[in-house]
Write a new protein. Sequence first.
Length: 316
Amino acid sequence: MKAAQITSFGTPEVLRVTETDTPTPGAGEVLVAVEASSVNGHDTIVRAGGLKMVSGRKFPIGAGLDFAGVVVTAGAGVADFRAGDRVWGTVHPRQRHTTAAAAEYVVVAAGRIGLAPAGVSAIEAASLVVAGSTALLALRESVGLRDGERVLVRGAAGGVGTAAVQLAHAMGGHVTALARGRHATALRDLGADEVLDYSTTTSEQLGPFDVILDTVGSELNCYRGRLAKGGRMVTVGLSAPALAAIAASAIHGSRRIRTFSANPGSAVLDDTAGHVTSGALRPVVHSVYPLADVAAAHQAFERGGVMGKHVLAVSG
C-alpha cells in the first residue's frame, strides 16, 4: 500500500509517499480503507521533531492522525463494526511507527473509531474528526460553556476555530470570532455574532469574556486579562511560551489557562457526528490534495491564512 512517511525531522520536504505492507488487524482492531485524512497542527509538530517523547526517534514515522474511510475487516472480538461500514477516527499518537492515517489502509483499535456522519463526503468527514471533537470537548468539558455566555474564539478561521464558532453558537454562546478580516462574512454565516480582525484589534480592546478558546498559542497572558470574573480560558495551540503561561496561570490568580488536546474515542466521535447530522456543525474545507502531494499540504498548512481545513484525498 501507499503511505506518507516522515523520513527525518524537518521541513515538509522530509515527507515521502512510499510502498509499505498493508497492516493486519489483531483482536479488537479494525482494518480501514482510508479515503481521506486531514492535516493537523499535531502532524506538523511531529514532523518537525517537536514531540519526540511521543513519536520517538526511529524512522520512518507514519504521517497523519485522523481519517475517514470504509471498514475492510474486523479482528476477533469486534462487535460494533463490520465490513462496509463508513467510519472515521484517529490513530493513537504512539502507533505511528506501525500505521498512520495518511495511508491507503490503517489498523486502529475499535474504540478509536465511530460511524461517520451521514450526508457528508469522506473529505468533509475527515476535516471534522480532530477539529470537531477538539472544539466540542474544549467547550463542553474543559471550560463548560453555558447558555448566554460571551465567548471569544481566537484563530476562528482555522479547523478547530471554525468548529468552535459553530458549536459555541449551538450551545447558546454569544460568539466573537477573532480572525483575518476577509473571513468575516463566512464566520458570521457559521454563527459568529461579531467578527474582529486580529491585525487591527489588540487584546486591550477586547472583553470581558466568560470563555476564551485559543487556537494560536501565543500572548496567552494578554488574552487571559480579558476574562470576566469567573471566566475560563483554554488553549489548543501548544508551544513553549504557551506552556510557560499555562504553568504561571495555575499559580497566580483564579483565571487559570487550561490546556487541551483531544484524543477522541468512539463515544466522543459519535457525539461529534450527532452535531454534524443535526446541522449544528458543518465541514469547512479550504483545499484538497492527493496523497502524493502531502508535503505541499503541510506547506500550505504552515503558511496559514486560510479558512477551514487542508485535506488529503487518499482513495475512493
